[in-house]
Design a protein around this ligand. Structure first.
Ligand code: NOJ
Length: 518
């Protein structure tokens, strides 16, 4: 049987900013359940919910202090079970976020580990004696700036944290730790979860014995301090692929096998390794190639073709244009190109993931310094590294706080009329209506899900490709430029970014069309 996720569309929910039902200014699980009708009408197949586990929230929940519980901010286990049942009743799958590379420093495992050098849990984390000068054991820099090692005064050793000081790295070379983490996966699978997005997998097995990381010759300040060195001894180390295979084996204990989507940023060959040599690791290593790519037809065509060509035999592709860590797509490509971006995301070959709000054309929201939440922005202020602008709440209605909450939300929000869901619901020409139309077209057009991807090319500023299944041939053309483009586009119009468009005639700036040519 064909796996559901091959034809499906994943929708990422950032729970803090989806819907608040408890008057805390932070979204919650009941809020998600209350908006399932919206998601069902949108036409997505699965929701991936960013972390909802107990957490001191130093990194918005990516600092987990209990892998099998629910943080009270988001509700209770009963709320989770109710949400899962309601989603399943609508035929929607539920994916959670598994954060294996590190815990919170408040996790009982770390508390136990730091208690003494002889603690049975000591080796579940990465400890080293100080370097020869008494400083950190290696020159590694944390993703959020500063040394990746913190001295634990009581025991005189440094512990590793690829992210915040409060996010100690787990030691995946320890078999007991591995077993404990696989049990965590089983707990959620047994509760009916359909899979995981697996966080920061490239950082799961740094090798302190290999020593310092070399400087990055291409570094410029805007990349942030962590990129000043290459990840030679910290990222994508071979043992990770063994772990990914073991995780997959856990997913395969279930029927149907649970889905694992690995988050690994890297060069194409690097990312492909996460499929596993025998396609026995992650079914879907996230494809971030286009998440920061310049919006130019030639560059896009090149990247799409390179990715397709690099896919191992039988591997299923996927596409991502936005998430809670990267600039909003509508801000990155400009509002005039936002529909084109959605058209591309939903017509390329492979599983798309839509980041919440991108179906509304949400843009980055400016965050005043006194409202900053993201620790990265706090550590390296004013350089544009902070991720709060892309994490702002959804405005559902014309109501105080956009109907997201009854109190001031945890982050400022865009209350512009154009962004409000209820407004877009009433407007057939809205971004929401367009996204729905595209999703509906995908559902009823097997060539868009199962068809081959052919003839990816740039014609001037126009990105073009063909999707073909049997006799059906679909032509996709999108004008990434700022002037009209004459093109030769055959067939009957199936969908256009511009309401009322016709199959023939030049493509307006930001206009994209799909036609059925055969
Ligand atoms: C990647 C997540 O997407 C990001 O939000 C988080 O800060 C890091 N991993 C650390 O868990």
């Amino acid at each position: 049987m064909r796996e559901w996720w091959k034809d499906g569309v994943i929708y990422q929910i950032y729970p803090r900013s989806f819907q608040d039902t408890t008057g805390t200014g932070v979204g919650d699980l009941k809020g998600i359940e209350s908006r399932l009708d919206y998601l069902e009408r949108l036409g997505i197949d699965a929701i991936w919910i960013s972390p909802i586990f107990p957490s001191p929230m130093k990194d918005a929940g990516y600092d987990v202090s209990d892998y099998t519980g629910i943080d009270p901010t988001f509700g209770t286990l009963e709320d989770f079970e109710s949400l899962t049942a309601a989603a399943h009743a609508r035929g929607m799958k539920v994916l959670l976020d598994f954060v294996p590379s590190h815990t919170s420093d408040q996790h009982p495992w770390f508390q136990e580990a730091r208690a003494s050098k002889d603690s049975p849990k000591r080796d579940w984390y990465v400890w080293r004696d100080p370097g020869p000068d008494g400083g950190p054991p290696t020159n590694w820099i944390s993703e959020f700036a500063g040394p990746a090692w913190t001295l634990d005064e009581a025991t005189g050793q440094y512990y590793l944290h690829i992210f915040l000081t409060e996010q100690p790295s787990l030691n995946w070379r320890n078999p007991e730790l591995r077993a404990a983490m696989y049990d965590v996966m089983r707990v959620w699978f047994d509760r009916g979860v359909d899979g995981f997005r697996v966080d920061a997998v490239e950082n799961m097995a740094p090798d302190p014995e290999a020593g310092d990381n070399p400087p990055n010759p291409e570094w410029v300040e805007s990349m942030g301090p962590a990129r000043s060195h290459l990840g030679t001894n910290t990222k994508h180390l071979p043992v990770i692929f063994e772990i990914a295979r073991e995780m997959r084996a856990v997913a395969e204990e279930y029927d149907p096998p649970r889905l694992l989507v690995g988050e690994a940023y890297g060069e194409i060959p690097q990312v492909m390794k996460y499929y596993g040599d025998a396609l026995d690791a992650f079914q879907q290593p996230f494809n971030f190639l286009l998440i920061e790519a310049p919006w130019e037809a030639e560059t896009l065509a090149g990247l799409i073709a390179d990715y397709e060509a690099a896919l191992p035999e039988g591997a299923w592709p996927n596409w991502v244009l936005g998430n809670h860590d990267r600039a909003r797509i509508a801000s990155r490509v400009g509002p005039a190109q936002a529909r084109n971006a959605m058209l591309m995301l939903l017509t390329l070959r492979g599983t798309p993931t839509i980041y919440q709000g991108d179906e509304l054309g949400m843009e980055n929201v400016a965050i005043p310094p006194d409202r900053v939440q993201d620790p990265w922005e706090k550590n390296v202020p004013g350089q544009g590294l902070g991720r709060d602008p892309v994490r702002t709440p959804i405005a559902w209605e014309e109501a105080p706080f956009g109907g997201f909450s009854t109190v001031e939300p945890w982050l400022p929000m865009d209350l512009g009329a154009a962004r409000i869901v209820a407004r877009q619901e009433e407007d057939e020409a809205s971004m929401l209506a367009f996204t729905r139309a595209l999703l509906a077209l995908r559902k009823e057009t097997p060539a868009l899900t199962r068809g081959s991807l052919e003839e990816v090319r740039a014609e001037g500023a126009v990105l073009r490709y063909t999707r073909r299944l049997g006799e059906t041939r679909l032509e996709v053309a999108l004008n990434t430029g700022t002037t009209p483009a004459e093109i030769d586009l055959a067939g009957a119009l199936l969908v256009s970014t511009h309401p009322g468009a016709e199959a023939g005639g030049p493509l307006r700036p930001g206009e994209g069309r799909v036609t059925r040519a055969g």
